[in-house]
Design a protein. Sequence first.
Length: 487
Amino acid sequence: MESREDLNSILPFLPLVLRSSNLFWPSQVVETLNSMAAGPDQSGLTTGDALFHSISAIRNSLSLTNQPLASSAHHGYSLFFDKELTGALLACAFFCLFPVIDRGSQNLPTINFDYLFAILYHRHSKMQENKIRCIIHYFRRICSNIPRGFVSFERKVLPLNNCSELFCYPKVNFWINSTIPLCQFKVKDSGLIEDQTFGALEVDFANEYIGGGALHSGCVQEEIRFMINPELIIGMLFLPAMADNEAIEIVGAERFSDYTGYASNFCFSGNHVDKQEMDSLGRRKTLITAIDALCSPGMRQYKLEFLLRLLPEFNREINKAFCGFFDQSKCKQYERLFLGSEEDITDHKDPSRNNLVVHETSSDTRENYVGRSLTPEYSDHKDDIGIATGNWGCGAFGGDPHVKSIIQWLAASQALRPFILYYTFGIESMQSLEKVSEWILAHKWTVGDLWSMLVEYCSQISRGQTHAVFFDWLLPASSKTNLCCFS
């Protein structure tokens, strides 16, 4: 263990000592924790204030470094953590042992649990209580049986300009001129992204600070995911806020809890047995990509300065989604895309690519493919990983779900993903999404075709030339009642 580079790189940040190839808490800390665990009669900690000072004394005795764990990246990087180390780090966060000096200046999110505890103390809420119950359940599980395997955190970066890397942040012509066909689109009116069984990359509707309000008062999509998959919280330790050209991909985070409800109705509902199998690197095949949408865009989201943000030739939201969706294994194909040689990309002009078979894997074993086809005409694509997403940036962030669904479809298609599973969560305004996607696919539109229509719509609505929602504006009147009547 002493020779492990991953452990040695993080050991200065841990309140642990390495001895005889094992990690140990310092003896004085063990004695204090044992006393605290025995209750207030033995520890003398009869008030919250006394508990705070005791934890502070433990933290101050450890002489942890204040040096940044990882820089705010101009280049992407990946870090791997084994499950035992992950548990130790989460325990440190739970007991509020990490130094917090300068975290704000380094654009790092909250990592200690003190805010979460304080909110529960000052204004008790069932929602906050149930968030903590998820974390306690995680610790109970790993104390009885430490899970094996790894969790990886990858910061994905599209360099903005003058880059020597494989490809850069796409300019607007990358989208307008694209002849890539749109990928298959499956609408799910019920169900949750984290319950999908198609082996897809699952989208975290993230805050720019990964985890959002998970350790504060937040309890929507991202925060709930961080409670039921607590290993995700480790990313909050070292991942700075995402810039417009960055996303974060996390592989291997195990789910420990079931839940019911949402936001103020969130409730821990018991143990969850994660049956995802492992990949060749020892990670569970749970893939999550965190992408942050612009907050409260209002009418700005239809203006060119929104679509073409950063510089006149750049657009923010679609490139953010593309950054989150691109697949490292397809780098050679992306290279041809950025070099303008789209005609060289394998099968990209094959119209049957819109008829990919998406296999739903069994809830009991991910090796048995049920063969639940979205369309039956195409051959086996078991190794292609699609996207499972929904109304990204449309709840608390106030985005237009029509526009955001199309942006994600474009980004997934351009990233050469085979399909999108789109969870509408039963929102009434998205009832026509399936009809619209079927109409578009029937006309064999390309990424460039649909992007151009989206830009035209946004131009019209921002100038007051239309007040229709995008799907009504796009779909011909004859097709709204009869999809067989194609022009």
